[in-house]
Write a new protein. Structure first.
Length: 361
């Protein structure tokens, strides 16, 4: 068996020990005589899986008791509608910061349901930085401010949260959840598609403060109402059972093998530093993001020459470094170095880039 180093932005690499465990349990989960794929979501054995997944997420992220954890479907993209339908309901206003494609999609969707305003944007420079916004930029009567914490396509991240004053903060944390500790209490709501740092595709995690549940617009479909899922422990309908099971294994990996989120952050910082240090000193490659807003998870870079970019991607793929092509809207390359990418994968990629640089400059 030969596994590649997979730098995909999502769905993305999973820890090898998680895949091995899932394979070992495929035909017979803990003596149940069934695969987790096959069992009833109402069974006792499955109930212990979903409960343990939630318990581990709460423990690892230190989620306060007055927050609900919801396991939903529909991707982060469904949250672009669910957030306004459930939260833009006091004054019908919400402020958005546009830091890339996902934030912009969230804003456009919210605009369908109320008075959404884009209070800042970094589109002028291809979203290569995080706009610095102070409290006065936000409408004091906005129901919430929405940010995209880590911008998967452009490779920027909020190292510091914007000060929104008394306006509740909502964040899309799809591509940085579990990458380092985060103070959940600073947010009204956090959401994440699981396929970047948690599990395969099919699961969306929502962490929402209890007092933001139960005020949905009348037009809200039952399935889009947080209350529906909060009242039914994410079991109103069939949840994405198998994906939740893999998420549980990933959480066990973070807790037991990595040693928690502080440790995870250390490893992620080490990996990112390896790559950024190389880019900063390279004669051929350069990063596309301002240094102070660089993501720990997604690292876009270019050679400045499209043909050379294509040659690099082709040769890297042949050498076992796959999915390095940049997003179609940015070009160049992007290395997504999520939690499950081992340090060794980044070290080897950097060695490969050095070699490519010597041969091509
Ligand atoms: C991938 C991604 C999305 C879209 O997620 P889906 O689950 O495909 O809807 C939204 N926001 C961010 C930050 C992402 O990285």
């Amino acid at each position: 068996m030969s596994r590649v180093y997979n730098f995909s932005a999502g769905p993305s690499v999973l820890p090898e020990s998680v895949l091995t465990k899932a394979a070992a349990e495929m035909l017979d989960y803990e003596g149940s005589g069934q695969s987790v794929m096959e069992m009833s979501h109402r069974s006792k054995v499955y109930d212990s899986i979903i409960k343990e997944a939630e318990r581990l997420l709460r423990e690892i992220m230190q989620i306060p008791d007055n927050y609900k954890v919801l396991f939903l479907q529909g991707g982060a993209s469904s949250q672009f509608a669910m957030v306004p339908m459930n939260l833009m309901t006091k004054n019908g206003k919400a402020d958005y910061i546009l830091t890339g494609q996902w934030a912009t999609k969230a804003f456009k969707e919210a605009s369908r349901y109320g008075d959404a305003v884009a209070v800042a944007s970094s589109k002028d420079k291809t979203f290569s930085y995080i706009p610095k916004v102070d409290k006065s930029a936000f409408r004091p009567d906005a129901d919430y401010v929405h940010i995209c914490m880590n911008n998967t396509i452009y490779g920027t991240v909020y190292h510091e949260l914007p000060d929104t004053g008394d306006v509740p903060l909502v964040a899309d944390i799809s591509s940085c959840i579990l990458s380092k500790p985060i103070d959940v209490s600073k947010f009204a709501l956090l959401y994440a598609g699981a396929q970047k740092n948690m599990a395969p595709a099919g699961l969306t995690v929502v962490i929402v403060r209890e007092d933001f549940i139960g005020n949905a617009m009348d037009i809200t479909p039952t399935m889009f109402n947080y209350k529906t899922h909060a009242d039914n422990d994410s079991m109103f309908n069939t949840p994405p059972c198998y994906t939740i099971y893999i998420a549980k294994l990933v959480l066990e990996w973070i807790k037991n093998e990595v040693g928690g989120l502080e440790k995870m952050q250390e490893i992620n910082e080490k990996k990112a530093a390896l790559l950024y240090d190389f880019l900063d000193n390279s004669k051929l490659f350069k990063g596309t993001v301002v240094p102070e807003d660089r993501s720990l998870m997604n690292v876009p870079f270019v050679t400045g020459n499209e043909e050379l970019d294509a040659k690099f991607v082709k040769e890297a793929t042949a050498a076992g470094f796959v999915n390095l092509k940049g997003h179609r809207t940015v070009g160049g390359m992007r290395a997504s170095i999520y939690n499950a990418m081992p340090v060794e994968g980044v070290e080897k990629l950097v060695a490969f880039m050095k070699d490519f640089e010597e041969k091509n400059s």
